[in-house]
Write a protein that binds this ligand. Sequence first.
Ligand SMILES: C[S@@+](CC[C@H](N)C(=O)[O-])C[C@H]1O[C@@H](n2cnc3c(N)ncnc32)[C@H](O)[C@@H]1O
Length: 229
Amino acid sequence: MRIDIITIFPKMFAPVLNESIVKRAQQKGKVKIHIHDLRDHSRDKHRKVDDRPFGGGSGMLMRPEPIFAAVENIKLQSRKATKPQVILLSPQGEKLTQKMAKGLAKYKHIILICGHYEGVDERVRQHLVDREVSIGDYVLTGGELPAMIIVDALVRLIPGVLGDRNSLNFESFEGNLLEYPHYTRPARFRNMSVPKILLCGDHKRIESWRKKEAARRTKQRRPDLLKNK
Ligand SMILES: C[S@@+](CC[C@H](N)C(=O)[O-])C[C@H]1O[C@@H](n2cnc3c(N)ncnc32)[C@H](O)[C@@H]1O
């Protein structure tokens, strides 16, 4: 998989993407992540990428030309037969879910556009991007953190990235359930004990306990998930 990120804050990405599983996925060649400074595509001598909104109003908007130029340049560079999925990060987009992450993880090439200020010129939404994605119903200052969240959610789904394939099969949102509770050593800690069944060694009984706990927990915390079943 190849992921290109277009941003006015390229330095924000290294501390997050060059650590942990995402770093290892890059080292293993499972994903290539390219960060592009949007200002490199500005024709303005001061590398400006924003301007005032037509019709007045507060705040600045990101101009369309540098964004179109950046995306077109990436498409030329990649020279792949596969068409990239171009995503604009936006609080007005479709909300990111595990299901969406799984769908996106199937693409060979994804381009993420990080907005700023009051957002981007509407023509970017209308004529350049394939979809808009939101990470939740709140407004952030920019699309950089949402882009990193999307990268993290996708990369761990690429086959071979996580060591143990089972860790994907039994986690939250699989089969519209939250995951069952986990315990590790010690079996007794400050008078708090691990459920006895987990120590019994009978894998069938443990599995059935976990299933029940997952259902109970989902009903308690996220009954909306059960309705989507
Ligand atoms: C301050 S926000 C713009 C909000 C816009 N004026 C609105 O009301 O819809 C600036 C940029 O941050 C990013 N952003 C903010 N919140 C986001 C969210 N919940 N999900 C994805 N991107 C978000 C988007 O790229 C957006 O263009």
